[in-house]
Design a protein around this ligand. Structure first.
Ligand code: IMP
Length: 204
């Protein structure tokens, strides 16, 4: 029998407020009281992994070891077809030390234009790692395909949201209210897999 997640306390192994807000929204209906790694003053590990899974695992393992709580980590990024999958694993790093996503989006658009490709497709990828203090971990992946928009549009969300138009929508993620983004997005899709595998639906 695969390990399931009981209601109670959990640490979200992230220092990214946009991600923490979305994961907290997704967990709340299940009676799980999440605290972020930043609120618990946990150190932010260096993301030395070569895959989304490896980085999600190292963040979740670090948070569960430091807190003694079950930890949920997210490693995610934007894969741009014309850039052969970049920025991908390096999506956060393209924003530089000041975490300036205006600059990161400009760089994506500049490099896509310079690539000479007419392909504007891109995919958001999210891997969630759920790790227990005894070292057991489970992993869940979600993806959403879409098209890059320029100039960026919308004030909602975070990161590259204002330049990403998901399939099935005329709006960028930046133009969507949180519930509309959750209906389509990579993180919510990975989370739905986690719910199916590890959590009972709310109210059961
Ligand atoms: P990391 O998982 O900490 O390496 O950071 C992933 C980066 O990918 C974030 O800082 C964002 O730039 C980008 N990213 C991941 N998910 C989203 C999303 O839902 N919207 C916009 N940008 C995202």
């Amino acid at each position: 029998m695969e390990r399931r997640l009981a209601a109670g306390r959990l640490v979200i192994a992230s220092h990214n407020p946009g991600k923490v807000r979305e994961i907290d929204d997704l967990l709340r209906p299940f009676g799980i009281h999440a605290q972020s790694a930043a609120n618990l003053n946990l150190p932010e590990p260096e993301e030395t992994g070569l895959t989304f899974i490896a980085n999600a695992e190292l963040k979740a393992r670090a948070a569960t070891a430091a807190s003694g709580l079950v930890a949920l980590a997210d490693d995610s990024g934007l894969e741009v077809t014309a850039l052969k999958g970049a920025p991908g694993l390096f999506s956060a790093r393209w924003a530089g030390p000041k975490k300036d996503f205006g600059l990161a989006m400009e760089r994506v658009w500049r490099e896509v234009t310079a690539s000479g490709s007419a392909d504007r497709s891109a995919t958001f990828v999210c891997v969630l790692a759920l790790c227990w203090p005894d070292g057991h971990c489970r992993f869940f992946e979600g993806r959403v395909e879409g098209t890059l928009a320029w100039p960026p549009r919308g004030e909602h969300g975070f990161g590259y949201d204002p330049m990403f138009v998901p399939e099935q929508s005329p709006l960028t993620f930046g133009e969507m209210e949180p519930d509309a983004k959750h209906a389509l997005a990579h993180r919510a899709r990975a989370f739905r897999r986690l719910v199916e595998a590890c959590l009972a639906p709310p109210g059961t």
